[in-house]
Design a protein. Structure first.
Length: 423
């Protein structure tokens, strides 16, 4: 993306050998402009035929147009709901708030969209072993898709603060899990070094084929809005793969004439894992890694590999970056959960980020906002129980749903139910 040097798609490479920069999958937009339209994708809605029954491969021309259908590894993924939530809109202070819930993917997070692209490329390349470093969601997705494709999955975890719901998935799906005495950023360095030595294919978001799958979150969202562009897209920021993919998707949709303008992108980081926010405060001139600490384990990353692509997305969309505290994250999560939608802690950054940007006057109260929920509520069940029982260090449950205890009598139960105030 920096020097413009080109490589064939059958070469195993993650960064440019000339300048060291990140790689993009480059599409022939001139040809696509005359061969696809909104109708191309609308006509595939609801089909039972593979691969177009997938919410990723419905947009095959924009993801991987030349791949043979029999090489595509799909569960299928995508086709996640876009919720119109008036209650949360009122809480954050806007007239219209939609929530795109990527926790409804097969393994419970947005990672499945990227993994179908990455594992498909592994099959194209004829590679039998795939690996990633993970804070949790990537491991669950890689393990599931590797198993589905008949490949060996390998996952490097840090040795603490991995949500059990995510760790359990990777183990259940049969991946080789290794807990390493290092944080995510060091594990990502290690997985790249080991993969190069042992001929293993890396499926972290530094892999450009992963981001091609993840960009369909944005394409599908715009299609669900009947190709009407919202004013804002708000997304949590960790390794910045989604932010990067969204920028690329929006740029391509505009270049192809499928949308008439770009929404603004807001990337929300936890204040304990906020290297992009700090860079934004300094004009996005450089990135200084941080030691990451946050309850939102999915975004507990201090040195995001997709920084340059996220900066590009911010420039394209006139975007902004904000930070939120763990207290704000868990309170917002309680509000989201209470509507019946539910999400993992990192997802709640999207909603509380909107609230904070409205309070600062950055997002207008009359603007239409889409927030991205990245993971399922059961990804981190311990965080839910500990919040509502007020057992999280440094966090007070401002919106608790207390668990009651009762003797096995009608009188005791009636006493609880008679005094309990409605939620």
């Amino acid at each position: 993306m920096d020097c413009g040097h080109q490589y064939p798609t059958d070469q195993i490479i993650y960064t440019c050998s000339v300048c060291g920069g990140l790689l993009d999958v480059q599409h022939d937009l001139d040809t696509l402009r005359t061969s696809i339209s909104r109708a191309t994708f609308d006509e595939r809605l609801g089909t039972l035929e593979r691969p177009y029954n997938s919410g990723v491969w419905r947009y095959k021309e924009l993801v991987y147009p030349d791949v043979a259908d029999d090489l595509i590894v799909s569960r299928p993924e995508g086709n996640t709901n876009l919720y119109d939530s008036p209650r949360l809109a009122a809480w954050v202070g806007v007239q219209k708030l939609y929530l795109k819930h990527e926790g409804e993917n097969p393994t419970g997070s947005f990672k499945d969209r990227g993994m179908t692209g990455g594992v498909t490329q592994a099959r194209v390349l004829g590679i039998n072993r795939v690996a990633c470093a993970s804070t949790g969601n990537t491991s669950a997705s890689l393990a599931a898709y590797a198993a589905w494709a008949g490949l060996d999955g390998i996952v490097f975890f840090q040795n603490k603060q991995i949500a059990l719901g995510k760790l359990a998935q990777a183990i259940a799906y049969g991946a080789t899990g290794i807990q390493v005495n290092a944080d995510f950023d060091r594990n990502l360095e290690l997985v790249r070094e080991v993969a190069e030595k042992l001929g293993i294919y890396v499926l972290n978001s530094i892999n450009p084929f992963r981001l091609e799958g993840q960009k369909t979150i944005m394409i599908e969202t715009i299609q669900q809005l009947r190709w009407r562009v919202p004013d804002w897209i708000v997304v949590p920021g960790g390794n910045l793969g989604n932010s990067s993919a969204f920028g690329k998707a929006l740029y391509e949709l505009k270049a192809l004439g499928l949308i008439d303008r770009l929404p603004r992108l807001a990337i929300i980081q936890a204040d304990g894992a906020n290297p992009l926010y700090r860079s934004y405060q300094n004009g996005l001139k450089s990135l200084e890694p941080v030691h990451a600490e946050t309850i939102a384990t999915a975004i507990k990353i201090g040195n995001p590999v997709n920084y340059r692509k996220a900066v590009r997305a911010l420039h394209w969309t006139g975007g902004v970056v904000e930070e939120v505290s763990d207290q704000e994250i868990m309170d917002a999560k309680a509000q989201i959960d209470r509507t019946g939608i539910g999400c993992e802690p990192a997802s709640a950054c999207s909603v509380v980020g909107v609230r904070k940007l409205v309070e600062k006057g950055v997002i207008g109260r009359n603007e239409t906002v889409v927030g991205i929920l990245t993971g399922h509520v059961l990804k981190d069940a311990d965080a839910v129980i500990n919040y509502h029982s007020n057992q999280l260090d440094g966090i007070e449950a401002h919106y608790p749903n207390h668990l009651h205890q009762s003797e096995a009598t009608v009188a005791a139960l009636s006493e609880i139910l008679a005094v309990r105030e409605p939620n």
